[in-house]
Design a protein around this ligand. Structure first.
Ligand code: ADP
Ligand code: MG
Length: 484
């Protein structure tokens, strides 16, 4: 008998992701949707829902929602209604949120990702449009809670998955894929830490092999992928402990305490809100034609999966390279520019995943902040291909010098630092002859089978050339001489 009670169970997870759309103005008003700003300066009477004001739907937000819908293979709704979700809270000035209830803009999509080499597809129940609430600030004043309404009304999409995820790692991989998608589409910056992407996790457990779902808890508003994973793993244990102790699980909302690494009950189903949804009377339905949807589709950038495929097929790069190069929008953009200047795709990839990546990691910056132009990297590749330098000299010496002198070409730098290698065949042949003449007994040993001595001769030619002989050519000429 298994002595680990947890082994008998599996975890069931469905995620609800809120992503802030990066539009200039808010979802239903012309107020700026920009992050920050002095508190309560991006707030007009429309955002406050004052009598006599009328909301209007942000067209850009519709376009962004259609984009994510198309990217997730969803059905796009042609007649979009909005609904009021009523509740009272200090950071909700209207007393209701305008959302989509019965008619989400996207349905029946899916998100595909890979985890440890295995492909997984998660079904999406829906993606709908809504608006964000303001922000309550509890720690700035000793007596009062302060409210900043700049965020109230900023457009959000909510992406609701089916309960298809089966581990904390899968949940993380799914969230990573969502972030990749919204970034590639340019519809959300995807920063969980800054709150532009937030996640609620619905978690339940069941005996392996069972087909029914059990009571779930919903863990609210987590702000990092790691915390989502931690919360799920904690819930897995807690729920099994509860069931195995013969207690009943409650359907409840819980919060995650990231410091203690535990979830805590916030409210049970009995205290759940009754939001009294009804159709928003101030907004006519938004009608989307097939032509409109087609025009959005035509405007879509290539996405990660498509680029990866292209890198493998057209550029004949290994899967590993293709995956890393397509993983992030800005990395692929840089790489795409780079390969406009060179046809040595593998060398270009090696530069991206080698020296450039190390440089970014060491300096804690992103590729967007990388200063060397793609054409310059292509020039480095060409310099090596022409035998004027080699990869180790180029990456260890020319590359850092280039970072310090962005206006110079790699060739100029190589000349100034006296780093151009010699690929003059007659001259290297002469040095080869000298090297072999210096060690006649080693040459005999070589011929007797000690092929490893080749390194010694290469080293000697390098020494004679003061490190400048083209190593490839040196090797070739030495072999010709020795094997003839
Ligand atoms: P609500 O409106 O209360 O949030 P929904 O039916 O819309 O409820 O479901 C919300 C999320 O909960 C969805 O992502 C869904 O996949 C997930 N979910 C539903 N049942 C379960 C379950 N038994 N275990 C885990 N997740 C679940
Ligand atoms: Mg929910």
């Amino acid at each position: 008998m298994s002595n680990n009670k947890y082994d008998k169970y599996e975890v069931i997870i469905g995620l609800e992701v809120h992503a802030q759309l990066s539009t200039l103005s808010k979802m239903y008003s012309g107020d700026s949707a920009e992050y920050g700003g002095s508190p309560n300066t991006h707030v007009s009477a429309v955002s406050l829902g004052h009598p006599g004001t009328l909301p209007m739907v942000n067209e850009k937000a519709i376009e962004y929602a259609v984009k994510i819908g198309l990217a997730t293979h969803s059905e796009i709704r042609h007649e979009n209604q909005f609904a009021r979700k009523n509740y009272f809270y200090a950071d909700l000035p209207k007393g209701y949120q305008i959302t989509q209830d019965k008619t989400p803009i996207c349905t029946n999509g899916c998100i595909e990702f890979e985890l440890e080499g295995e492909k997984k597809s998660v079904r999406l129940t829906r993606i709908h449009l809504e608006e964000d609430a303001g922000k309550s600030i509890h720690d700035m004043d000793p007596y009062f809670t302060l409210v900043d309404l700049n965020r109230a009304g900023v457009p959000l999409i909510e992406i609701v998955s089916e309960p298809d995820l089966r581990s904390g790692d899968e949940a993380m991989a799914y969230l990573n894929e969502v972030r990749k998608l919204v970034r590639y589409l340019g519809i959300c910056d995807g920063n969980m830490e800054e709150g532009s992407m937030r996640c609620d996790a619905n978690v339940s457990v069941r005996l392996k092999g069972a087909t029914d779902f059990n009571q779930r808890s919903e863990i609210k508003n987590m702000n990092s992928m790691r915390n989502v994973k931690r919360a799920i793993e904690y819930e897995f244990i807690r729920q099994i402990d509860t069931v195995e102790a013969g207690e009943k699980l409650a359907q409840e909302t819980r919060g995650f305490d990231a410091v203690k690494g535990i979830t805590l009950s916030q409210r049970s189903k009995e205290h759940a809100h009754d939001y009294r949804y009804f159709p928003e009377p101030d907004l006519p339905p938004v009608l989307l034609t097939d032509e409109y949807i087609q025009s959005v589709k035509a405007d879509m950038p290539k996405l990660s999966a498509e680029l990866k495929e292209e890198y493998m097929q057209r550029l004949e790069l290994p899967e590993y390279d293709a995956r890393l190069l397509s993983d992030d929008k800005y990395t692929s953009e840089y790489f795409n520019q780079l390969i406009e200047h060179t046809t040595n795709y593998k060398a270009a990839s090696n530069w991206m995943l080698g020296p450039i990546k190390s440089y970014l990691n060491e300096n804690g910056i992103e590729i967007q902040q990388f200063k060397i132009a793609p054409a310059q990297i292509a020039a480095l590749v060409a310099l090596i291909d022409e035998g004027k330098t080699n990869f180790s000299v180029a990456s260890a010496k020319i590359f850092p010098a280039l970072l310090a002198q962005l206006d110079k070409t790699p060739l100029q730098i190589a000349q100034e630092l006296n780093l151009l290698q010699n690929s003059d065949e007659t001259m290297i042949a002469e040095l080869v002859a000298q090297a072999l003449a210096k060690f006649p007994e080693k040459v005999s040993e070589y011929h007797a089978g000690k092929k490893g001595l080749l390194g010694l001769f290469v080293g000697e030619v390098m020494k004679l050339s003061k490190g400048k002989a083209d190593p490839k050519l040196t090797n070739k000429l030495l072999l010709e001489k020795l094997e003839s």
